[in-house]
Design a protein around this ligand. Sequence first.
Ligand code: GTP
Ligand code: MG
Length: 530
Amino acid sequence: MHAAARRRSLSDPFAVMLQPPPDESPAQREMRILAEQQAKHISDAIDEQIRMDKTEMRKAKPDVKILLLGQSESGKSTTLKQFQLMHTPAAFNSERLAWRSVIYLNLVRSIRRILDAISANPDPDPHDLAFDGASIISDRTSGVSPPPQDPEKVREAAEKYADYTAQLAPLLELEERLIRMLSEDDEDDEATRLGDGSTPGWSVPRASTSTTSSGSVSGRRPSIHVDASTPEKTAAAPRRAEVSVRTTSNWKKALSLRRDKLKSTSPHTGTNELVGWWEDPEDPVHVLDRCKAAMTQLWEDRWVRARLQEKRIRLEESSGFYLDEIERITSKKYFPTDDDVLKARLKTMGVVEHEFALESGLRRSKWKIYDVGGARNQRQAWAPYFEDVNAIIFLAPISAFDQVLTEDSRVNRLEDSLLLWRTVVGNKLLANAAIVLFLNKCDLLQSKLESGVLLKSHLLTYGERPNDYESVSKYLRNKFGLIHQQHTPSKDRELYIHYTAVTDTRRTATIIASVRDSVLRLNLKTSKLM
Ligand SMILES: Nc1nc2c(ncn2[C@@H]2O[C@H](COP(=O)(O)OP(=O)(O)OP(=O)(O)O)[C@@H](O)[C@H]2O)c(=O)[nH]1
Ligand SMILES: [Mg+2]
């Protein structure tokens, strides 16, 4: 309340009572004026405090709350990285070095996938089916036993496998070490509590870890762990399971700060000096450097490529693919580029919150963006965030039409995306939220179609339509659009659809700017209506 409004009028009985007495002496008058001045001073201070509190409150409340939704590997965290690159580049840069370990881990994992694939006695791994883009149709008919093998070929395969495994054994040890490094600041009880990722304790917003644009973390400690939660990922081979991260900041900090530990005592001055990580004999880069030639040989081996093709393993289309750049990635002074960081794959567990200040025209707005885990056992954590969200960015990786889910190899990824989309757009809590659909991984869709993979083999309703990028992308756009139209609880809600490849910085920057403007425009319209 303003001070003037608190001053009492003469009709106020208290004001009448407080009127100066008619026989007031000059000394009394002076005292009274002083007291009134003090009271006014206090009253003004209170008013100022209230005004400041209001401003603070306005500051604390984000203008826009956005949820990134979509199945696992749809590109949610990559989209968030693009927001960071555009709006908090300093924070992105400060975390760049920490991504090195994830990139190494992705590279080592690709090598292990090849070794598994060429193994003479392969251990059937449902992840590989999901990973290599095996179609749901071919999976369902794969009960046929393989033709009898030529003994000479079997011997050759066994020799090759033994040879490569011996040369690359240090990499397999390095994989364990990298996982340990990434989870070093994890707490035992936390890791246990996380369990299968469905513990109610962290599935509600309150329990989420809050990260700000500058990368600071508040709330619970993060944890990175090998996700052995899904049925397929049991005792078979925990190393095969994907490495996941509950939050993104502490591990980044821990690995960036590792640089500070790299001090050596100078032989000349006797003082501690900061040195590069490559001077640290324990750094993973040395193992990678030693295995560089064997890795390159393995990846370029035509016999190996033929085995991968037989098993329909298309590593080039997989997440965290760096095999074409072994030389650069394993060099001693390797420093991840923007593209390397965007390509790095680390599965999200739980919900991660990021804040951004976005400029649009002359207006600066505060955005909170929530990145969630998209795997099936993560989805129950989404609903508590629906309530007052302003917009949803839903990512549907349309290149995945011939792939199955990692967590359930019976389910086609496109089918899962369509069902998930239907649930999201039909949700009443989201009736007032703007819906933005990213038909993502368009780059992969294009190369997949060009390599001859037919959409109609996986999506029967596609029929005899042409199998080119234009026709397929348009068809899928219409399919998603129609589901929205049929299931939306508010008929006049606008749907914004974009064809995206969120690893492409230039293209995504334009799309993000357009999303920002649409969301702000809608927000303004809604607040005027209220
Ligand atoms: N080529 C290509 N790769 C992409 C694209 N979008 C994402 N990726 C890659 O796909 C992988 C998975 O992306 P993420 O952003 O980690 O997926 P997510 O949706 O956060 O997955 P969860 O955390 O498991 O829910 C990463 O290695 C990305 O670099 C794209 O449009 N094109
Ligand atoms: Mg993620």
